[in-house]
Design a protein around this ligand. Structure first.
Ligand code: MIC
Ligand code: SF4
Length: 645
């Protein structure tokens, strides 16, 4: 039988396991990326592994998340990353160079290669035909050291695109439609592959918008073919030599096929507080808006920016609306400035921000209380904007620009025909903000600078034989990593300071959690379906581990988060019967006799609620490697014990 695009890339990179859906496979990783909010921890772990030089073809460290520097902390982290990368063979993308995914797509992504990044939106590079996946920082550190990246062999969903997008309908509307149909858990265990005649009508940045937000489906990754459009994009970036053609075989096997006629799509919006809570903009038309933010790794390409500038040209942003625009990269920003489009944005009243994540991760621009904010971003999780009672809607740049002028939700297709936007044939290429590492022989001369904010990685202790602990928190379905380990201005500066970070753990759900967890000496967490969706931040496992959490029992888990839990020695257990979730209440005493034995060799174990006397069966879905990691108390201990090459 023929192969899908993903299967072709996997086959070429397979270092262990068999390509049967559901089996664990190990992949050789060609490229890695980190950003600063996860990178500090990833490099501390890389250093702890004792590898002198990265073994990948290319590794890049970006500074894009923690760019609001209200104290010394973020700047300390930046300097640490700058020096540690110089020493160990990693390129350093300076603050000001742009958002990791946008810059990587422009300058480094290569069709047919593998990439992992310590950021869940790494699949952005799937827009160029790369197998690009989000991972925890520790997994990225291991890949930099030449180790394999382990995933569950995914199944494939094919999204068949026909037709062509109408004026003012956007790539963002395509992915919102996919989210509407599949939900935030619909992609778990799958690669989402795009195909069909409609693909040819989409440029690489449009494709990248779609694969970027595919992260919100819970998918392993999303990918487009590499075709003549891909070649043209690489040529515009002066990298035509990186082009390879990549299509699925005609008889490739897809588990599901979804059909989308681009002609029939209309502008859509994801309503609070989930990216799959999708309605048409028409239904929301007329609703008052307080704030609009355009940018993020989803919608900050030259195409998006030129479209917005053309729509704002000669107009004024509505007096009740505050509009921010953050171009995605220095390349985009400079081209906008040179062609005059930036002036059109400024003249209309847009507040131009630096090319970084900014408001997307709550770094400034929080909406007013109970404010309505329209954002071209990919996540509208509760409190992520920094304002707990804000109503955040996710929309296309076209809907955002139309609404910014009107002051109310506006369906852009009601504006007639769209202004013509042409991308330059050649992009402005200047990698002057990418620092190269020193040669291996000179590595000894580089001193790694660690500011006082950088605390050592907490140590890991081997798994307990029997578990007896309190149920310290019970939460519902679709708990995100923004619930577990929030971000934003107050918290992000402490990503390399776990003791301080722990004061914010789960505070979105329960402000007393950190104190209670400490007082109880740790415990167990119970969750619903899709526990840990969203970000790749390993801090959502590392910090609970630091607070003494030994196990999470849930109805199901999100892919990256469950890998992070295992890496940090927290046992993920799944209710055999989903309704057993009801048999537990916060404060109950829990017991698992022979937990370590079960982790060593069993697929089921009994969980007892000592308080009520109820006993239920929970499942352990673990590979041999994962069992070893959990028994050692975490992946760092496991690696040190020599169990992994
Ligand atoms: C996000 O969008 O949530 C982030 C911030 O980019 C995260 C990474 C992080 O928490 O540092 C992600 O998506 O993985
Ligand atoms: Fe940055 Fe937002 Fe993209 Fe995360 S989703 S990488 S915070 S722009």
């Amino acid at each position: 039988m023929g192969l899908t695009i993903a299967e072709k890339i996997i086959q070429k990179h397979l270092v262990s396991g068999e390509m049967t859906a559901g089996a664990e496979i190990g992949l050789k990783i060609d490229q890695t990326l980190t950003q600063d909010a996860t990178g500090t921890m990833a490099y501390l772990q890389f250093e702890a592994m004792g590898v002198e030089r990265v073994k990948t073809e290319l590794s890049v460290a970006y500074i894009d998340h923690n760019t609001l520097q209200a104290g010394y902390e973020n700047a300390d982290d930046h300097r640490y990353i700058q020096t540690v990368t110089k020493k160990h063979g990693i390129r350093f993308s300076r603050p000001g160079n742009g958002i990791c995914h946008q810059v990587h797509l422009e300058r480094f992504a290569v069709p047919g290669k593998t990439l992992i990044g310590s950021d869940s939106h790494t699949p952005t590079a799937g827009g160029i035909g790369m197998l690009a996946m989000g991972a925890g920082g520790l997994d990225v550190a291991v890949a930099m050291g030449g180790g394999a990246y382990f995933i569950t062999m995914p199944k494939c969903i094919r999204v068949e695109l026909t037709g062509r997008l109408r004026d003012y309908v956007s790539a963002k509307d395509v992915i919102l439609e996919v989210l509407r149909r599949l939900s935030v858990k619909g992609g778990v265990g799958y690669v989402v592959e795009y195909g069909g005649e409609g693909v040819k009508t989409l440029s690489v940045p449009q494709r990248a918008t779609i694969t970027n937000m595919g992260a919100e489906l819970g998918a392993t990754t999303s990918i487009f073919p590499s075709d003549e459009v891909t070649r043209a994009f690489l040529k515009a970036e002066g990298r035509e030599g990186d082009f390879v053609e990549l299509f699925p075989d005609a008889d490739a096997n897809y588990e599901k096929v979804i059909k989308i006629d681009l002609d029939e799509l209309q502008p859509l919006a994801a309503c609070p507080h989930s990216p799959d809570n999708v309605k048409s903009v028409k239904e929301l038309a007329g609703k008052k808006i307080d704030q609009i933010c355009i940018g993020s790794c989803t919608n900050s390409s030259m195409l998006d920016m030129l479209t917005v500038a053309a729509m704002l040209k000669g107009k004024t942003v509505h007096p009740d609306v505050s509009l921010s625009i953050s171009p995605g990269s220095k390349q985009v920003y400079t081209m906008l400035a040179r062609c005059g489009a930036l002036a059109d944005m400024i003249a209309a009243g847009a507040r131009i921000l630096e090319c970084a994540c900014g408001p997307c991760i709550g770094m400034g621009f929080s909406p007013r209380s109970a404010g309505v904010s329209l954002r071209t971003f990919n996540r509208n999780f509760l409190a992520r904007s920094g304002t707990a009672d804000a109503q955040v809607f996710l929309v296309s740049p076209e809907t955002a620009a139309a609404s910014a002028i009107a002051g109310v939700f506006t369906d852009p297709t009601t504006l007639g025909s769209a202004p013509e936007v042409r991308l330059p044939e050649r992009f402005l290429v200047d990698d002057n903000l990418i620092e190269l590492p020193v040669a291996a022989e000179a590595a000894g001369s580089v001193a790694v600078e660690r500011g006082p904010n950088i605390k050592p990685v907490p140590t890991q202790t081997p798994l307990v034989r029997d578990l007896k602990a309190e149920l310290i928190l019970k939460v519902g379905d679709d708990i995100t990593t923004d619930h577990i380990m929030p971000a934003g201005t107050k918290v992000l500066p402490y990503r390399s300071n776990v003791p301080k970070l722990s004061e914010f753990c789960f505070t979105v759900c329960d402000p007393t959690f950190p104190e209670r967890a400490k007082a109880a000496g740790g415990g167990v967490i119970v969750g619903g379906v899709n526990y840990g969706q969203g970000s790749s931040r390993e801090h959502a496992a590392l910090v609970p581990q630091y607070l003494g959490v030994k196990a999470v029992v849930a109805k199901s888990f999100a892919r990256i988060h469950v890998a992070n839990l295992i890496n940090f020695g927290i046992v993920p257990l799944t209710f055999k019967q989903a309704e057993d979730y009801e048999k537990f209440a916060q404060g109950d005493e829990m017991e698992i006799r022979g937990l370590a034995d079960a982790v060593r060799s069993k697929t089921e174990v009994t969980l007892e609620n000592v308080t009520t006397g109820e006993r239920v069966t929970v499942e352990l879905t673990l590979t041999e490697r994962q069992r070893g990691i959990l028994l050692a108390g975490g992946a760092l201990n496991y690696a040190k014990s020599g169990a992994e090459e």
